[in-house]
Design a protein around this ligand. Structure first.
Ligand SMILES: NC(=O)c1ccc[n+]([C@@H]2O[C@H](COP(=O)([O-])OP(=O)(O)OC[C@H]3O[C@@H](n4cnc5c(N)ncnc54)[C@H](OP(=O)(O)O)[C@@H]3O)[C@@H](O)[C@H]2O)c1
Length: 329
């Protein structure tokens, strides 16, 4: 028997989450069984621990879109007992049972070997949020961003994606401007390497003019909505925005003028279905370009029973940095 956070739905459609003991026979059929060390909390986890957000297919459900741990058994030749592995995405924790559990059973195709130089705890301090932040930075680099081009904007900076993006960009030598709606996080963001703090309200409203002054050499955007529309009109000529998230809304009230007159690029970033080769490349870059002391400064530790509250908090934008869940504590 082992512990897992189980979400159940009652006859009225209301969900509730609690830590329960279950047996291995309850896990879904798949080729690799993993003893989970750590998981984490992303925005999507908030939805899956709580109302479901249209992501969870069946109840009872075990959320947790990320986990890192040790292979116990594998019928796939790529993995053997004792291997350290990381999982992010593939709709694990949404359509499939996830990492808020001491054991998980998944397809070998979904796993990545733990990159050299990272512990399972550090991998979950990164999690989907950090992995996606690295994909976003890599996309900007692939489209010509270099230190010295000018300031790079990070929106939703005190959140998970934003915190890791800020730390990576600063480590790579970029000047980072961090947008936050929580002024009290300014010192935290400066510790991560931000040199400029931009108040959320400065970018929250749409303006009639489709183009403003050219300010940003690149942008990692976790917010979307009106803020993304506004930022597009402030990009330097030929610069790119990595569109990662929708914490501020899914609608994009923008014009095409920044694309046509300034050659601005809007780059879509998906972490969930990302091919294996890209995953390995991104995890290797994380091991190399994310300073571990800064990563540790973002971490708040948690246990399985903290997850219902943390899930509600992240949906309200109240979680700072990255939560690491010790599923065995
Ligand atoms: N594309 C992908 O594959 C992928 C992967 C991971 C995450 N995501 C998405 O990326 C976004 C961020 O994820 P996360 O895990 O970093 O979540 P998070 O920790 O909650 O961070 C989101 C941050 O956005 C800001 N924010 C929240 N509500 C806002 C609003 N109404 N207007 C403006 N800013 C707001 C807050 O930052 P401040 O307090 O600093 O303002 C908040 O901390 C989510 O939408 C998530 O679904 C996408």
């Amino acid at each position: 028997m082992f512990n897992a956070l189980i979400v159940e739905k009652d006859a009225e459609g209301k969900t509730s989450a609690s830590v329960q003991q279950i047996g291995l026979d309850r896990l879904p059929e798949a080729d690799v069984t993993v003893a989970v060390d750590y998981s984490t909390v992303n925005y999507k986890d908030g939805l899956c621990v709580g109302p479901g957000g249209g992501l969870v297919r069946n109840y009872p459900h075990i959320p947790g879109i990320d986990f890192a741990g040790t292979v116990e058994t594998s019928s796939d030749p790529r993995y053997k007992a004792g291997d350290k592995v990381v999982l992010t995405g593939w709709r694990v924790g949404e359509a499939h049972w996830g990492g808020y559990s001491q054991k998980a059973r998944v397809k070998a195709d979904w796993l990545v070997p733990l990159p050299a130089g990272l512990t399972t705890r550090q991998a979950m301090a990164v999690g989907t949020a950090g992995f996606t932040a690295m994909l976003a930075v890599m996309a900007l680099e692939d489209h010509g961003l270099k230190p010295g081009n000018g300031p790079v904007l990070v929106t939703g900076a005190a959140g998970g994606v934003g915190s890791v993006a800020t730390a990576i960009l600063a480590h790579l030598g970029y000047e980072v401007a961090a947008v936050t709606g929580r002024p009290e996080t300014a010192d935290y963001l400066k510790t991560l390497g931000a040199t400029q703090i931009v108040a959320r309200e400065d970018l929250a409203e749409t303006v009639k003019r489709p183009l403003e002054g050219e300010v940003w050499a690149g942008c990692v955007d976790a917010v979307g909505g009106a803020m993304l529309a506004r930022v597009l009109g402030q990009m330097k000529y030929g610069a790119s925005v990595s569109a990662v998230g929708l914490a501020g809304g899914a609608a994009l009230p923008a014009t095409v003028i920044p694309f046509l007159l300034r050659g601005v690029n809007l780059l879509g970033i998906d972490s969930v279905m990302r091919p294996y080769a890209d995953r390995v490349r991104a995890w290797d870059r994380i091991a190399k370009d994310l300073p571990m002391a800064k990563l540790e400064s973002m971490v708040r530790p948690a246990v399985l029973s903290d997850l219902p509250q943390l899930g509600a908090d992240i949906l309200k934008g109240q979680v700072q940095g990255r939560v690491v869940v010790d599923v065995n504590a």
